[in-house]
Design a binder for this molecule. Structure first.
Ligand SMILES: C[S@@+](CC[C@H](N)C(=O)[O-])C[C@H]1O[C@@H](n2cnc3c(N)ncnc32)[C@H](O)[C@@H]1O
Length: 221
């Protein structure tokens, strides 16, 4: 078996083919992922088919603002798959995880029970005033809501990010228009973010891991 070693991205490890994060709750998996122990450290396999942030890395994305102490606002956390890996990476920071579906939220709460840095919020990402008290001045916004108005939601929530902070918009083309070419829609989204005064750092298609999706990464001036 090939040894697990750190990557250049803080908190992310690899054995050459799979990505991993350190498991702060040994013995416990979140979504059935493989657990692997080496030199007394347990790692959770990070599946790029289940998490668009892992897909971003697998597709060569290298903008990585996540630090051990980072404060993250996560929109569309669902049952906590990606949020749990960010909780591993930002182990001394915090992840405010907003989810609108009560059913997914219940699963998210169960994941958060064992994690002291993951704070679930049952809420609508279109109404940031409801959670701004917990998220003002965050270092990173991560958004994966698959909604038609995803750009508007993103720009609204970038207001909560500190100057110099970074936003990840996991842009789903099919939520905007099922018949248009995804690349054209990703480019339109990039242009909208630039016009709003953000520095777009990366636009990266996530297929084959997440079809018709791109990660659009932007910095707040
Ligand atoms: C593709 S799933 C997210 C998967 C998750 N990010 C992960 O990687 O583990 C999209 C989620 O966004 C949620 N969502 C959709 N619209 C939302 C809104 N306006 N506010 C908050 N969450 C929303 C959905 O309920 C769904 O759980």
């Amino acid at each position: 078996m090939v040894a697990i070693r750190p990557t250049a991205q803080e908190g992310v490890f690899t054995d050459g083919s799979w990505l991993y994060t350190r498991n702060p709750i040994p013995g416990r998996a979140v979504y059935g992922e493989e657990l692997r122990t080496e030199a007394g450290v347990e790692y959770r396999r990070w599946d790029a088919n289940r998490s668009k942030l892992a897909a971003y890395l697998k597709r060569g994305g290298r903008t990585w603002p996540f630090r051990e102490t980072s404060r993250i606002l996560y929109l569309g956390a669902a049952s906590g798959t990606t949020a749990s890996h960010l909780s591993d990476v930002c182990v001394r920071g915090s992840i405010v995880a907003v989810e609108i579906s009560p059913r997914s939220f219940r699963d998210l709460v169960a994941v958060a029970e064992a994690r002291t840095n993951l704070f679930p919020v049952l809420g609508d990402a279109r109404r940031p005033t409801k959670y701004r008290a917990h998220a003002a001045g965050v270092d990173v916004l991560y958004q994966d809501v698959a909604q038609r108005d995803q750009e508007t939601i993103f720009l609204q929530n970038m207001e909560l990010v500190r100057t110099g902070g970074v936003g990840f918009l996991m842009h789903k083309a099919r939520s905007v228009d099922v018949s248009a070419e995804p690349r054209t829609l990703h480019e339109k989204a990039r242009a909208a973010l630039s016009s709003a005064g953000l520095d777009v750092l990366d636009v990266r298609a996530l297929d084959p891991f997440a079809a018709d999706h791109a990660a659009i990464v932007a910095r707040k001036r």
